[in-house]
Structure formats: structure tokens, C-alpha cells
Design a protein around this ligand. Structure first.
Ligand SMILES: [Mg+2]
Length: 194
């Protein structure tokens, strides 16, 4: 029996785009010893001076990633599939809107719903996911989240959504895993009443 799922929330970086961030290198440059901490959550705990230094490093890496962004294999097909099947979907990202809009143009994708960190909270907080669900008009319990990151899975779980980890060798807790984005339409066919 199909689960009563109706909507899809997608991560952006490393999900619709090819992975372009070297998070360990960036955290190293920031002098962040705890590799597990979210940079965005760490920032407000620091002095204004140190926070500025870290923001500048983050901005530099995000700009670099935006400049060389490439569509992930299967990204265009997945978006076409969602549109053809009239499945409500949106993008929920911890990136800033200004970077995402630049990449959207560069990799030639489009979507109507985009939730970024500019709303003032970010994954692993469930609120961006809940905002995404509301924006696509689907109750959280009927949403599927596809993302390549640990925070995607944590936020999805906290929001009561089905989590699908995009990874060739997933070691992160999630409900399901997807080895490549190319396999996403077949998986969604099983999960949603399309
Ligand atoms: Mg990602």
C-alpha cells in the first residue's frame, strides 16, 4: 500500500547541484574545531569580530561554489517529472537567496517555492521544512524530503516528514536512501499517489 505522501521538499546544494562545497576545509579555515557544529548555529555564539571573520570565509566559499555550480545528474529530469505529475514541490536550503538565485540561472532550473536561511532559521531546525510544507500546501506528515546532508535528515525528522538521504554510501540516519538523483522519480512513484 502506498504511503499517503503528497509533496516533495528538495535541498539545493549537493542535491539539485553537484556537490561543490569542501565543508571540512572551510571549517578548518574558520578554526572550527568541532566538525559537527553547524556554522550558522555557531555564528551567533561568537563575538561580533569573530562572527564577521567566519561570515567572510563562509561568503567566500559560497560565492566560489555559486560560480562553479553545475546541475546534478538527474536534476532537470526530476523537476520535469514533478511538474508533469503535478506534485507540489519546493526547495528548502540553508544557503542565502542571493547565491541560490544566481545558481538557478546558471544551471537553468526553476521552481516556485524557495525557502532560504534568509527567513531567519535553518536546518537542522524543522521550521524551514515546515515553512516549505506550508508554501506548497501540503501537511508536514505528507511531505518527503530529499537531501544530501545530515541537517536535511535531522530537520525532516523533527518536522515529521519522510527523510530520503541522497548518498552513495549513506551513514546518516534516514528513512530511505537514494544512491543517485536519477533514481528519484522511480522512488517517488512508489511513495506518492501519482
Ligand atoms: Mg546539501
Amino acid at each position: 500500500m502506498k504511503r499517503p505522501l503528497e509533496g516533495v521538499l528538495l535541498d539545493f546544494d549537493g542535491t539539485l547541484t553537484k556537490p561543490a562545497f569542501d565543508w571540512p576545509a572551510m571549517k578548518d579555515e574558520m578554526g572550527l574545531l568541532d566538525g559537527d557544529i553547524s556554522i550558522l548555529d555557531y555564528l551567533p555564539t561568537q563575538s561580533p569580530e569573530r562572527a564577521r571573520e567566519i561570515s567572510d570565509i563562509l561568503e567566500k566559499h559560497e560565492l566560489r561554489a555559486a560560480d562553479k555550480a553545475e546541475a546534478n545528474d538527474g536534476a532537470h529530469d526530476l523537476l520535469a517529472y514533478l511538474r508533469t505529475k503535478r506534485i507540489p514541490f519546493g526547495v528548502v536550503t540553508n544557503n542565502a537567496e542571493r547565491h541560490v538565485l544566481k545558481m538557478v540561472k546558471k544551471i537553468n532550473v526553476s521552481f516556485e517555492v524557495l525557502i532560504t536561511r534568509d527567513i531567519g532559521y535553518w536546518k537542522p531546525d524543522p521550521r524551514p521544512m515546515l515553512a516549505g510544507a506550508e508554501a506548497i500546501g501540503v501537511t508536514p506528515g505528507k511531505c518527503v524530503v530529499i537531501g544530501d546532508g545530515k541537517y536535511d535528515m535531522m530537520a525532516a525528522e523533527a518536522a515529521g516528514m519522510l527523510s530520503v538521504h541522497l548518498s552513495e554510501r549513506s551513514s546518516i540516519p534516514s528513512d530511505l536512501t537514494l544512491r543517485t538523483l536519477r533514481e528519484a522519480p522511480a522512488l517517488l512513484d512508489q511513495l506518492l499517489d501519482t
